[in-house]
Design a binder for this molecule. Structure first.
Ligand code: ATP
Ligand code: MG
Length: 150
């Protein structure tokens, strides 16, 4: 369901003329529905680079990524690939990855809008539902910094 083959990525060299070794070289991954894949390697071996390529956050220098049979990333692509609802990145440190000035409600509304999850006008109802499910009344107006990170 999620697959990539021949993925390579080299970051630009810090100084002109310097040779930069590839951060990722010819990586091939195949993950079926329900499967879990762990990637283990020493620091700097390219785990985060691979994850960013799979999530479509970086364009690879070579290789393609596909999800449910649809190409979602390829080198040098000009056109935008379809947004993939099934892929998301869970950052390790929400304190540095979430905008402290934004409220929980506005972040949830944005996701509903971007992924077209509810017809226009009923996004707020869904936000209320989600927050009620998390038994956290009062959240929508609270800034992220005032919420627990769990
Ligand atoms: N934004 C960047 N610009 C330049 N080089 C980078 C960048 N990000 C990573 N690198 C380099 O690419 C290589 C792979 O890094 P990457 O972060 O993918 O490794 P990692 O396996 O996730 O490491 P860690 O276990 O420390 O998180 C390293 O040599 C790193 O220095
Ligand atoms: Mg990493």
């Amino acid at each position: 369901m999620l697959e990539c083959s021949g993925l390579s990525k080299t970051y630009p060299a810090a100084r002109r003329g310097e040779i930069q070794p590839p951060a990722l070289s010819d990586a091939t991954v195949y993950v079926r529905r329900g499967e879990c894949l762990g990637v283990v390697g020493e620091s700097g071996s390219g785990k985060t680079t691979l994850a960013n390529c799979l999530a479509g956050l970086f364009l690879p220098a070579a290789g393609t990524v596909s999800y449910d049979g649809q190409t979602i990333s390829a080198p040098g692509a000009r056109r935008r690939f379809p947004r993939v609802r099934g892929i998301q990145v869970v950052f390790q440190d929400p304190a540095s990855s979430l905008n402290p000035l934004r409220s929980v409600g506005s972040v949830l509304r944005e996701i509903i809008r971007v992924h077209d999850l509810r017809p226009k006008g009923s996004a707020q109802a869904r936000v209320d539902e989600l927050l009620a499910a998390a038994s956290s009344s009062g959240w929508p107006s609270r800034a992220r910094s005032r919420s627990s990170r769990g």
